[in-house]
Design a protein around this ligand. Sequence first.
Ligand code: FES
Ligand code: FES
Length: 169
Amino acid sequence: MSETYDDEQQAFDCTVNGTPTRLVGDPAAPASIALRARGLFSVRETCGLGVCGTCTVLLDDEPVSTCITPLFALEGRSVRTAEGLEDGGRLSELQQQFVESQAFQCSFCTPGFLLSGTALLSRTEGELDDDAIEEGLQGHLCRCGCYDSIKHAVRTCAARRLQDTGRIR
Ligand code: FES
Ligand code: FES
């Protein structure tokens, strides 16, 4: 932890989407607030209770709900948001598959599903069945009811990975 700011504000150094970043805010406040203040608007706070998944980021490659993760917990950690999934303007494999599978309507839930889906694919070898996908994506709600197409996207991405390089961006 670095210097102390006025009132309740403190600075916390972490890496966000590969870039060293200093986040400033109330240490006990939800990390989602400081991330959105840095323009990372894929981090969407909805329930504020850790039950809907829209505020998900990958913290050291594991999905966490930033509405219930205090800002101080990001100190020294690696944070990945949906903004960091693309590579040089090229969609990640899972992002591309979401497009091809039409795995969204309003897309409000999409960043969270993409991040947990990416984490699931990264820790899994071989194909994924619906049970494994549902377990990997538990804690995410889609109010538009796109669950079948979301599962199709993840399942297809896992199958394609077997034919390609074996690397999920
Ligand atoms: S806003 Fe964080 S889980 Fe719903
Ligand atoms: S696509 Fe609208 S909430 Fe999921």
